[in-house]
Design a protein around this ligand. Structure first.
Ligand code: PRP
Length: 211
């Protein structure tokens, strides 16, 4: 039997994902060691491999078949736009993709003005403003702490993830428009879905039963 390989997101989602997989008997003891510098973990008994990658790289591993299965946020799936199947909403990591800014920016969004939009998600922002709202904007790519941009005058608004809303509140910003809801999803390589249909199909059914 060949190994079934899972690409998981480093960070917030990883622990929840392992907890969920454990519920259906997909376990990896090695991975629980907090001091390990290992990148790849094996469950010999069940012929499974797991590795942790940066979120935006997970769809890349899955599209190329370096991982059969991935667990990643819907935000990353939308941004990366890779060829793969999204098979399951795992229900955790719930948050929203929003246009945010100071209250004063609300008018600018209504008037279809040429505004600057800072974001870690240029593809999602472009799709929303150009294709859905038909508003021409300038998109500025940032890599984190996006809320800074409207505060220091880099942009009028941002497109970013809102979970509890506390980052916005503490910085005097508001949700101005909601783009879409987000959560963790399971994705599968298109060839693996055919070649390993029995094993992957069974896993999906088992996960559905515990979700
Ligand atoms: C995310 C997001 C917001 C924040 C939202 O950032 O970009 O800044 O979390 O969460 P809240 O609504 O619960 O306050 P993250 O912490 O992942 O880091 P980043 O700023 O480096 O992107």
């Amino acid at each position: 039997m060949r190994y079934l390989t899972f690409a998981l997101c480093k960070g917030r989602l990883a622990k929840k994902t392992m907890e969920l997989l454990e519920k259906v008997g997909v376990t990896c003891e090695e991975m629980k060691d907090p001091d390990t510098r290992k990148l790849i973990f094996v469950n010999e008994e069940r012929k499974l491999k797991f590795f942790l990658a940066k979120g935006p790289d997970v769809p890349t591993y899955v599209e190329y078949g370096a991982a059969d299965i991935g667990v990643v946020g819907k935000d990353v799936i939308l941004e990366e736009n890779r060829r793969m199947y999204e098979v399951l909403d795992l229900g955790y990591g719930k948050c929203r993709m929003c246009v945010c800014g100071p209250e004063s920016a609300r008018e600018l969004l209504k008037k279809q003005e040429l505004i600057r939009v800072a974001t870690k998600y240029p593809h999602i922002a472009k799709n929303y403003f150009y294709d859905q709202k038909h508003q021409t904007v300038e998109i500025i790519k940032l890599n984190g702490s996006i809320e800074l941009a409207p505060i220091v005058g880099l942009s009028e608004v941002i497109v970013d993830i809102v979970e509890t809303g506390s980052t916005l509140r503490e910085n005097g910003l508001k949700v101005l428009e909601e783009i879409c809801p987000l959560s963790a999803r399971m994705v599968v390589n298109q060839v693996s879905m055919k070649m390993e249909n029995d094993r992957i199909g069974k896993l999906i059914q088992e996960l559905k039963a515990v979700l």
